[in-house]
Design a protein around this ligand. Structure first.
Ligand SMILES: [Zn+2]
Ligand SMILES: [Zn+2]
Length: 319
């Protein structure tokens, strides 16, 4: 089968083996997948993964390992990406997201979705409502990740929020925070990067124009080490900093403000798929404007080059 495989460099292969199903798993045929910043970072060496990459997908279940899961056959599905050990305290009390033995689809110990076929445990799957098109459903994983922030800041005294980075994830974060009732400003480094946030009726600003200590909460979604320093500069004393970027670089950080002004630093990763699908079914997000390209898997390397360009948001892949 076709697959985009990472081992030192990314390669398109046509002779990748079909996944062998473990107990409880489903075989999924890819319909549509999305490239995200994590995929671009994996190619640069983040997480040291080798194998088939890709974790944002919509597909159809074409086989199941257990007879009791026959009801999933032919369903159009999306899937959460963490596969826990199911037996540790974290898995039993909290879920698979922070299991220390977890595999993560296309990121850690588990082949991913940039392929004709891939597998996931049935417990990770969510049926996609008919009202949600593939081009919307492919955003379920990043939208869930954006919704995670709403849960994390729910009980914090926050009126205004800045989202640093008007990229593929930053846009979704800004929109869900604004739908949740917060006053949101999207910050970018160039006027061109702020055109789409303005089209989405979001307040915008150039990051260099923002005074120190301006926001109760700052979400760093810019995908680069420099975003953290900016976020820390513009957050108010005793404010909150939500970190949403994973990247390969390591930068020396001055954390004195965190101590002196008691900044609350919160890491934020995966979120609720059921809520994301419900939101997608309302069609309240202008997602089509995030899509900057659509490639077949065989042109996957060109798709990655396109996705890595400045100002490019979502690039899609299909078989
Ligand atoms: Zn992602
Ligand atoms: Zn576990």
């Amino acid at each position: 089968m076709q697959a985009l495989t990472l081992s030192e460099t990314l390669a398109y292969k046509t002779d990748s083996a079909l996944p062998v199903l473990a107990d409880g798993e489903a075989l999924i045929k890819l319909r549509l997948a999305g490239i995200c910043a994590t995929d671009l970072e994996l190619v640069k060496g983040y997480a040291g993964f080798s194998g088939i990459i890709g974790h944002e997908f919509v597909g159809n279940v074409v086989a199941v390992a257990d007879d009791k899961h026959q009801n999933w056959l032919n369903q159009r599905v999306v899937g959460s990406i963490n596969i826990g050990c199911t037996v540790c305290d974290t898995c039993r009390n909290d879920g698979p997201e922070h299991c220390l033995k977890r595999a993560v689809l296309g990121i850690r110990g588990k082949n991913g979705a940039f392929a004709d076929y891939f597998s996931l445990p049935v417990r990770n799957l969510y049926a996609v409502p008919d009202a949600v098109a593939d081009q919307e459903a492919v955003f379920t994983e990043p939208l869930a990740a954006a919704l995670r922030i709403v849960h994390q800041i729910k009980n914090l005294p926050i009126a205004n929020i800045a989202v640093v980075g008007p990229g593929r994830l930053g846009m979704l974060i800004a929109k869900v925070l604004s739908l949740a009732g917060y006053t949101v400003t999207v910050l970018g480094r160039s006027p061109a990067s702020l055109a789409l946030p303005r089209q989405w009726q979001l307040d915008t600003g150039l990051s260099t124009d923002i005074a120190d200590n301006s926001f109760d909460c700052v979400v760093d979604a810019c995908g680069q080490a420099s975003g953290f320093s900016l976020a820390l500069r513009i957050v108010k004393p005793r404010g909150s900093l939500l970190l949403k970027s994973t990247f390969a670089a390591n930068e020396v950080l001055d954390l004195s403000k965190v101590v002196i002004h008691e900044i609350n630093i919160v890491g934020s990763r995966c979120g609720p798929f059921d809520e994301a699908l419900a939101l997608l079914a309302q069609h309240s997000l202008p997602l089509a404007s995030l899509i900057d390209g659509h490639y077949p898997l065989k042109d996957g390397l060109a798709a990655f080059e396109h996705a890595a360009k400045t100002g490019v948001r979502k690039i899609l892949l299909s078989p």
